[in-house]
Design a binder for this molecule. Sequence first.
Ligand code: NDP
Length: 281
Amino acid sequence: MTVPTITLHDQTAIPQLGFGVFQVPPDQTAKTVLNAFEVGYRHIDTAQMYQNEAGVGEAIATSGIPREELYVTTKLNNGFHRPDDARRSLDESLSRLGLDRVDLFLIHWPLPTRYDGDFVSTWQTMAEFVEDGRATSVGVSNFEPSHLDRIISETSVVPVLNQVEVHPFFGNEDVRAACARHDIAVEAWAPIARGKVADDPTITGIADRLGRTPAQVALRWHVQRGDIVFPKTVTPERMRENFDIFDFKLSDDDMSTITALDRGEEGRGGPHPDTFDMIPD
Ligand code: NDP
């Protein structure tokens, strides 16, 4: 099974399906990522905040998969927005991952109520990492349209992508539209709404009719909308299930029916980026 790639505006290619490791316990991460590699995943999404970069690094080293076949993303932790902290923290990430560059480095959260509201100098610092080769591409996560407009107008550097919460119950359409305006790709986090798509009768109805699972239907919906996804699971069987989404297609009617499940703000499962201000210990 070949995973399609999306070409970002810096002309690099990212596999449209990856594997997320949020909440994978550090001591299980190496084994879990090795299982994901075995299934065929080559794109791994981790973060400094997840405290499992070392496990991802161990899996990469053990797997023997050539570096150029892998796509590795990590994210700047909330406590490291000051330029010198960001520079140091990327070095530490690279050392934990056992890599000399990541494919993608993201600002994890904009934290507009922290750092005197200055996420612009953090973004300016991220651009250095492309110049010095420690990151092939840089982007953002959880940026609202106003945050995107501000970093772009003040730095003229456009993130390659924005990783935000998107799933059938929370379409996040304003953010997706802002991204489209700026030629920024969208990565959808919590793509299967943390398993809740399986409780929805509309999605299970479509899944039953197509002989697919609810998770597969939801992931296929994202892929057909052009977004990038990386569902998380610790279960090898579910890894295979979530990977097996490229040999069927949802009709236009099924696509619209799923899109209509959007509950707007009520469907949001995570914190709002305008107010989220958590800095881990
Ligand atoms: P997901 O929507 O990927 O759901 C993960 C949950 O669904 C887990 O509890 C998993 O359980 C379960 N699950 C996985 N596959 C299936 C399946 N086929 N059928 C039923 N249940 C299933 O949520 P995540 O929050 O993990 O999001 C995915 C990734 O997005 C993260 O791992 C992370 O990389 C990224 N992310 C980024 C954020 C950000 O702020 N930038 C915030 C949150 C996530 P089990 O493991 O037991 O199988």
